[in-house]
Design a binder for this molecule. Sequence first.
Ligand code: ATP
Ligand code: MG
Length: 458
Amino acid sequence: MQHIVEQLRLVQQKVSHIITTLGPNWSAAPNIARLITTSESTEPKLYGRDHIMNSIVHDITQGKHSGEVLTVIPIVGPGGIGKTTLAQYVYHSGQVQQYFDVKVWKCVSLNFNANKLIEEIEKYIPKVDGESTTDTAGELIGQRLRNKRFLLVLDDIWDCSSEDEWKRLLVPFKKSQVHSNIILVTTRFQAQSQIMIKKIDHQISLKGLEHEEFMELFLDFIFDDDQSREAQPDLLLETGDKIAQRLKGSPLAAKTVGRLLKTQPDLVHWNRVLESKEWEQIDGKDDDIMPALKLSYDCLPFQLQQCFYYCALFPKDYKFDREELINFWIGLDILHSSRGENKRVEDIGLSHLTRLVGHGFLENEGKNDGSACYIIHDLLHELARKVSSRECLSIESQLNSLQVLPSIRHLSINIDGTSVKDRLTLKGCIYAGFQYIGSEKLRRHCRELIGIVPIVRA
Ligand SMILES: Nc1ncnc2c1ncn2[C@@H]1O[C@H](COP(=O)(O)OP(=O)(O)OP(=O)(O)O)[C@@H](O)[C@H]1O
Ligand SMILES: [Mg+2]
């Protein structure tokens, strides 16, 4: 045992050293990679956004912007408030389908790079006759959209740092000879929105849902139908109302806390939630829903907590393959039968996965190459990183923290843009990352680190 602890201490020192060598421009994983969205919403119903949705659809299809070739409309609001969901519903509305000749959905996320975005967007725009193979992506977009009206959604912009970079992105989209083209943007950040728009009145600030609409959404997450809701005693519903008032109109909080209340629709459980100390952790920001998410996590059974907790080792934009996730848990040795049960470990994993989906911590994203795949909303992923921060560390392309706590037991290294084929091999990941590490000194440290970790698990 002493020998193992000694070895771990050595590993910890090495990792600290690597991080120090990387310098302050690298940052620890929180907020690094982000969930990749598509134009399809997983929500069967859009609650409480009828007015704003109709007004956006009306404005972009009924000529309000007909004087301009291109109008940029940013939707701004805190995480989990429903910006992406609203944009998805706008994108698929009947009028929008009819009005625009070309529609493209692009999830931008971190690392805004105009040239890269132009290249990626070009792939989604239908080709026209007579295209030259030597043209750049920007020129191709210009040609293809010349006589077409288009809608481009840029979802989840984080760091378009300069106006020049933003203008560079717009160049190919301004060549259209048709007016009323629209770029709809979603972002959490007001500063990003200001870089993008000329007229402030184009911005849409998305706030929490109004109480009545919020209650409808909240109660729908808790109860399966109107009958079971109506059968509940008034006191329980009043307690639910009080809990709802703490959720700041956030649909993500409604979903997560709603599912927590659903597990046990009785007054004792709901009062415990209402009186939880977690609500006192609010950091002064009006839109902070982390306490609500943390509370839901705290109430999960221990085994489910563990399964969720270690998901922090994956990057935020990760699509979890069902088998891969279950094998990951098996590898961590966290799947155990209850006393007296004799289940296969794979079945226990599947049951935990299904329960985590039921609690809203993972979402079923349909199928990826024939196999079921799952995602974690980025705020929930932030929560996983928070609760596991003493034990798990993810190193991504930037690091804020230059210290590795002695308590860290799991390290994941996620390297952007590499073609790491074997994700299950940490060694492979690290070696693949070497080519992106500029200094020979640092590469040497990494090799040494691998040398002293004979058995690694990813
Ligand atoms: N109006 C709504 N009706 C029903 N569900 C909603 C609504 N708005 C959002 N949701 C659900 O709430 C969750 C969070 O919404 P969404 O991802 O759209 O938030 P966001 O503002 O884009 O967050 P982020 O800034 O993290 O990207 C999603 O699971 C979504 O399905
Ligand atoms: Mg979003």
